[in-house]
Design a protein around this ligand. Structure first.
Ligand code: NAD
Length: 495
């Protein structure tokens, strides 16, 4: 059985805890590897390697740091296919989607290649007589990333490039479910020429997370995962004096106004609800119909769903793969049962399809007449289940989103520019799509939700990411003529 190790100080290191976690191929149900889980000592070793590396890494010029980042970018691009195969083998998403994930991660590396622009700081000449004042931004030290299973390559790349290009060193704790893609990224990173210890990968579970959250040499924590764990990481990390950004769960609504282009809206809803088997934090999980578009729209969606090809992600014909684990598949199927028994209409029931496989497949599901008290509405299901809430007006639709506890993404489909403009103003969500169902920002904007979708003050990647991984230092300087020097006990004032 393949063993999966840590990557610490530039080498593969076995876990010392004696504890392991199985890794499965979700398309076959086969156990493919045993993942060694970190002990507290392993965490300390990874942080110590990063701490040692920081002293020299932070003194490298921006030019030297970004030159290596360019090389890393090229290596990731050259290895897209291998990364995609690795992702599919442990996550289950189809190969084209896996390659797309790597492509979005590449955007974040490319952004960090130009980090010099955002590290410029600012300068005031003559702030007082003979006095110049300037602000510089410096790295924090050792930072940690804790990432979820659903984007094992892209989400680590949301933070690693900016953090390291800014001069920090990094300890990544990826998900236990699909650890091989982040490990491959770390190997490519090392191959690009980054010094050992600058990026370390620690395999582990709550033991590792808890030690990272209390370790005195960890300055900042970037977390992405479910809402309860995000809240816990935010509260524990900040209590221990760390800078924390914790991106959390979601329930993303797509509003379709009566004037929307029906086919465009149907295509978008199906793509955004069932792509990657709904295991995307920006997936559309609630379709909000306004007025009489509901019936024709659901017919068009049902028609498209009947043609979706669900199967092993390595098969080029598959459009949707399995869910990540047997347990998660069971949980999603249970939500469908809860929706039915609460009185919703299960128009298309994914449980009906027999895949004749040991994989964790569940076909796409469409549930109509969902109300806001049902668990299919209140909970994040994170599977291929689209719940439909029918409303009578735009105001009712927007209020629904306001009353929802999350606020990651929200989309509107309409041909009315005024309605779209109003939606952009009114809606309570961090990322808004206008005729775009999954509005994940490009790498030079920043990603982050509102309300229970993000704990902390800064979004991830892009300009906000650079601010998160640096701190300002303000320098006030004067080069006085000794002839004019005198004692003055007054408080310094501008003059
Ligand atoms: P998860 O919360 O179970 O795990 C995330 C990370 O936290 C993993 O590294 C895991 O090992 C660790 N962890 C799990 N339980 C822990 C505990 N009790 N104490 C300490 N650490 C713990 O999330 P997941 O199932 O891997 O990922 C899916 C979730 O991530 C969904 O809720 C999804 O919405 C969310 N997500 C959010 C975003 C976003 O940008 N807002 C992006 C991707 C995923």
């Amino acid at each position: 059985m393949k063993q999966i190790n840590h990557f610490i100080d530039g080498v593969s290191v076995a876990a010392t805890s004696g504890r392991t976690s199985p890794v499965f191929n979700p398309a076959t149900g086969e156990k493919t590897a045993a993942l060694g889980l970190a002990s507290v000592d392993d965490v300390d070793a990874a942080v110590a390697a990063a701490r040692t590396a920081f002293d020299s890494w932070r003194r490298e010029s921006v030019a030297a740091r970004t030159k290596l980042m360019f090389r890393f970018r090229n290596l990731v691009e050259a290895n897209v296919d291998e990364l995609a195969r690795t992702l599919t083998a442990e996550h289950g998403k189809v190969l084209s989607d896996a390659a797309g994930e790597v492509g979005r991660g590449l955007e974040n590396i490319e952004f960090a290649c130009g980090i010099a622009e955002l590290l410029k700081g600012s300068y005031n000449e003559g702030a007082s007589s003979g006095v110049n004042v300037y602000t510089i931004r410096q790295p924090l030290g050792v930072v940690a990333g804790i990432t979820p299973f659903n984007f094992p390559a892209m989400v680590p790349l949301w933070t690693i490039p900016n953090a390291i290009a800014a001069g920090n060193t990094y300890v990544l704790k990826p998900s236990e479910r699909d650890p091989s893609a982040p490990l491959l990224l770390a190997e490519l990173f090392h191959e690009a020429g980054f010094p050992k210890g600058v990026l370390n990968v620690l395999q582990g579970d709550k033991v590792a997370v808890d030690r990272l959250l209390e370790h005195p040499d960890i300055q900042a924590v970037s977390f992405v995962g479910s809402t309860p764990v995000a809240k816990y990481v935010y509260e524990t990390g900040t209590r221990n004096g760390k800078r924390v950004q914790a991106l959390a769960g979601a329930k993303n609504h797509m509003v379709v106004l009566p004037d929307a282009e029906l086919d465009v809206a149907a295509d978008a809803a199906v793509s955004a609800a069932f792509g990657s088997a709904g295991e995307r934090c920006m997936a559309v999980s609630v379709l909000v119909t306004v007025g009489d578009i509901a019936d024709p729209l659901l017919d068009a969606i049902g028609d498209r769903m009947s043609r979706l090809v669900v199967g092993d992600g390595t098969n080029p014909d598959s459009e949707m793969g399995p869910l990540v684990t047997a347990e998660h598949r069971g949980r999603v199927a249970d939500y469908i049962a809860q929706g039915a028994s609460a009185g919703a209409s299960v128009l298309v029931d994914g449980r009906d399809k027999d895949f004749n496989s040991n994989g964790y497949f569940l076909a796409p599901t469409l549930i109509d007449h969902v109300t806001t008290d049902m668990s299919v509405y209140t909970d994040e299901i994170f599977g291929p289940v689209l719940s439909v809430v029918r409303t009578d007006s735009y105001d009712e639709a927007v209020q629904l989103i306001r009353d929802n506890r999350w606020g990651n993404g929200a989309a509107i489909f309409t041909r009315d520019g005024g309605a779209a403009r109003a939606f952009q103003d009114d809606v309570e969500a961090g990322m808004v799509g206008i005729n775009v169902p999954i509005p994940v920002p490009v790498g030079y904007h920043s990603f982050g939700g509102w309300n229970d979708s993000l704990f902390g003050d800064t979004s991830m990647y892009g300009p906000e990411g650079v601010r998160f991984f640096t701190r300002p230092k303000v320098v006030t300087s004067r080069w006085p003529d000794p002839a004019d020097s005198s004692v003055d006990l007054g408080f310094p004032r501008g003059a």
